[in-house]
Design a protein around this ligand. Structure first.
Ligand code: DNO
Length: 389
C-alpha cells in the first residue's frame, strides 16, 4: 500500500519538507483555490505538480475535484459544468494524475460538533455529539421537522444544552459544523445556511440519485477513456443531516453506485472513519465486498455511542479492526499484481489525527495536524509491515 499524505497546497501550515520526514511518498491534494465548477487548467496543474515533484513526491490523488452544487441539485442547464469536469479530468490525466476523489454530499462535506474535544491523555480529537447537532438544528437553525430526526432523549439534551449555552459556545458550534469545507471559501452563518438549504427544498433521495446517475453518465465514459479512476467518498456522517438526503452512506448505497455505471472508473474511496460511524456498517465487510473498486483508502477509526454520537479515536483503537481492514487491502493488491498489468498499489492516507503535543500551536486544518497524523501513519505502517508487505 502506498503511503500518502493530504497536503492543502500553499494554504497548508505544514510544509512539504516536513511531510518528507513522515516517510510518506505520495501527496493527495487539490487546487483548492479554484471555485467549484471551473476548469482546472493545465498550466496550474503543472505548476502544482512540479512543486510536489521538486519536494520529492508524486501527486498521486486529487482530493477532491469537487462537484458544483447545481449538479447535486440537478438545477438548470448542466452541460457547461459537465464539460468543465471532463476537461479538468483530461488536463489531470495529461499530467499523469489519474485517481480522483469526490463526494456527493449535498451542501456540506464532513460534519462534526466539536473540533477540540479533550482526550484523557491531553490531546484533542474531533467529535460528533448527537445532542449538539440536534441543538443546532432545532434551537439555532430552527429547521422545521428537525425534531422528527432525533429520539426524545437527544432532543431533551439539546434543549438543556441550549438553555445553558453562551453565545460563544453557540458560535463555536456553528463554526465546528461549518469546518468541514477545508479549502473552500463558503462558510455559512445560520441565516446563510437556512437560505442555502432552501435551494434543496423538496429534493428526495430518488431525485438526488437521478442527479448522481446523470453525473456518472456524463463523466465516467470520459474517465474510462483517460484511464482515470474516479472514487466517491462516503457521506460523513453516513446519515441524513439538516434534512438533506444522503446517498453514499452504506453498502446498499454503494451497490447502487457500482451498478449505476458498471466501469472500473466508477470506484470508491474506502473511508473507514466515515463508514465506521454508522452502526449499520461493517467496514471490514464493505472493504471485502468492493475490494476491486477501491482506488484509494482513508484509514482512521471512530468509537460509536448508543445515541448516534461518535468520537474519532486513535487509528488502531475504535470500533473498526484496522488490521483486518489492512489485510483485505493487501490481499486485493496481491490479486491485482497477479491478474492485471500496471498499477496495482492502493494509495492510502492516515485520515485525520488527534491534535497532540505542539500540534495545538500550529493552526492546521481541523483533523489534519502533523504529529497526530504522523502517529496514525506510523501505527498503520507497523500493522502493514507485520502483515507482511
Ligand atoms: C475529510 C475528508 C473529506 C473528503 C471529501 C472528498 O476529512 O475526508 O472532506 O476530502 O469529502 O470529496
Amino acid at each position: 500500500m502506498k503511503e500518502t499524505w493530504r497536503w492543502y497546497g500553499p494554504l497548508d501550515q505544514i510544509q512539504l519538507s516536513e511531510i518528507r520526514q513522515t516517510g510518506a511518498v505520495g501527496i493527495v491534494t487539490a487546487l483548492h483555490e479554484i471555485p467549484y465548477g471551473e476548469v482546472w487548467h493545465r498550466n496550474t496543474i503543472v505548476k502544482r505538480r512540479d512543486k510536489i515533484k521538486a519536494a520529492g513526491f508524486e501527486w498521486d490523488v486529487v482530493e477532491s475535484l469537487p462537484l458544483h452544487e447545481d449538479i447535486k441539485r440537478g438545477m438548470g442547464d448542466l452541460s457547461t459544468l459537465f464539460a468543465n469536469y471532463r476537461q479538468s479530468m483530461a488536463n489531470l490525466a495529461n499530467e499523469g494524475i489519474q485517481i480522483i476523489c469526490y463526494n456527493f454530499m449535498p451542501l456540506l462535506d464532513w460534519t462534526r460538533t466539536n473540533l477540540k474535544s479533550p482526550l484523557h491523555n491531553g490531546g484533542t480529537c474531533l467529535r460528533y455529539s448527537a445532542f449538539l447537532m440536534a441543538a443546532f438544528e432545532i434551537c439555532m437553525l430552527k429547521r422545521k421537522d428537525a425534531e422528527k430526526d432525533y429520539p426524545s432523549k437527544v432532543i431533551e439534551g439539546a434543549y438543556n444544552w441550549f438553555a445553558r449555552s453562551t453565545e460563544k459556545e453557540q458560535s463555536e458550534l456553528l463554526n465546528a459544523i461549518m469546518a468541514g469545507l477545508p479549502g473552500a471559501y463558503d462558510r455559512y452563518d445560520v441565516e446563510g445556511l437556512r437560505y442555502a438549504l432552501k435551494s434543496y427544498d423538496g429534493l428526495s433521495v430518488d431525485d438526488l440519485r437521478a442527479n448522481y446517475q446523470l453525473f456518472l453518465n456524463e463523466v465516467v465514459p470520459t474517465a474510462q477513456e483517460l484511464g482515470i479512476k474516479l472514487c466517491v467518498h462516503p457521506d460523513d456522517p453516513p446519515r441524513n443531516i439538516l434534512g438533506l438526503p444522503r446517498i453514499v452512506s452504506d453498502s446498499k448505497d454503494i451497490d447502487w453506485i457500482i451498478n449505476a455505471f458498471p466501469s472500473h472508473s466508477n470506484g470508491l474511496t474506502l473511508c473507514s472513519g466515515s463508514l465506521g460511524a454508522s452502526p449499520n456498517n461493517n467496514v471490514v465487510e464493505i472493504a471485502q465486498r468492493y475490494a476491486d473498486r477501491i482506488h484509494f483508502a482513508h484509514l482512521r477509526n471512530v468509537r460509536k455511542e448508543p445515541d448516534g454520537s461518535f468520537e474519532e479515536t486513535a487509528h488502531l483503537e475504535g470500533d473498526t479492526d484496522m488490521a483486518a481492514l489492512c489485510k483485505i487491502l493487501l490481499d486485493e493488491e496481491k490479486r491485482r499484481r497477479q491478474q492485471i498489468s500496471g498499477d496495482w498499489q492502493i494509495p492510502y492516507r492516515p485520515d485525520h489525527g488527534h491534535e497532540l503535543l505542539s500540534d495545538t500551536e500550529r493552526g492546521t486544518f481541523p483533523g489534519y495536524p502533523l504529529i497526530g497524523r504522523l502517529r496514525g501513519l506510523a501505527e498503520i505502517r507497523g500493522v502493514i509491515h507485520a502483515l507482511g508487505s
